[in-house]
Write a protein that binds this ligand. Sequence first.
Ligand SMILES: Nc1ncnc2c1ncn2[C@@H]1O[C@H](COP(=O)(O)OP(=O)(O)O)[C@@H](O)[C@H]1O
Ligand SMILES: [Mg+2]
Length: 298
Amino acid sequence: MMSERPCLEINNLSATVNHVGERVLRSVSLSVYRGEVHGLVGESGAGKSMIGKAVAGLLPRAVKIIEGSITLEGISLDDLDEKGRRHFLGETCAVIPQDPLTSLNPCRRIEPQITDRLIKTLGWKKTKARSRALELLEEVHIREPKRVLRAYPHELSGGMRQRILIASAFATEPKLIIADEPTTALDVTVQKQILKLIKEMEERHGTAMLFVTHDMGVVAKICKNVSVLYAGKVVEQTDVMSLFSGKNNHPYADALIEATPRYDKPDHSLVPVDVSINQILASEILEADKIWKGVGND
Ligand SMILES: Nc1ncnc2c1ncn2[C@@H]1O[C@H](COP(=O)(O)OP(=O)(O)O)[C@@H](O)[C@H]1O
Ligand SMILES: [Mg+2]
């Protein structure tokens, strides 16, 4: 059973910002299996979104992959040409974005915003795309789906808008979904419902999911395995139970847990990440970069 092929396999992926040569990803490797939610955690600027964008083919122009590979459903993205890759990713991979308001066009009704991708990229007939959209809105528990398809984004609540983007992500039955801080822009009460919905959809569809978040509470609720990222480098990779056990290989992972409010331990006081851990991290990054530049090779 364990010999199952991962849905997503990232191998030794490094990327730089081309005009400054600064590395934003440092030999990142991770695998995500069908039906598994893999958390990507770390502080702001660690490179979490960059990994998601690299997979989805949405890297900013300034960022270049300099080594490594991304394999999705057994197909290496390098083996496809531009057009082939866009079509393959369009069918196989979808993104749930952070901010449902800026991710929807305010001037267009909801229907084309769900169906455009199906019609234009994948060549579906309009009627098929429309009935799929209705079906999906029901699946994400939106009442009066016909009315909602005719609505404009501003007529809907933040939670409704995120439900629509979740529905849209599942439209093509993608094998992989990248959720980039999908609850961060929402009210706390809505966050809980949306998280529950994402989990429910992921389980029902058996999708593999890469879940980007800076929130350890969210990790505990939804993820099976986790990669902890610091300055573009994976410093810890483990299952969620072990992550919260406080016995991680890397002190940074434990420090992050210590810095997180715990509902299960109300007396737990928050401890900021220690300066010495930052020093360890900095020297590790320096070492990794030396090897990369060939300085450490002689
Ligand atoms: N468009 C861009 N051009 C150049 N560098 C960028 C761009 N976007 C982000 N970066 C840099 O890449 C690094 C990782 O960013 P990101 O993946 O967005 O972090 P995270 O999602 O973990 O907060 C940061 O240091 C950031 O400054
Ligand atoms: Mg981000």
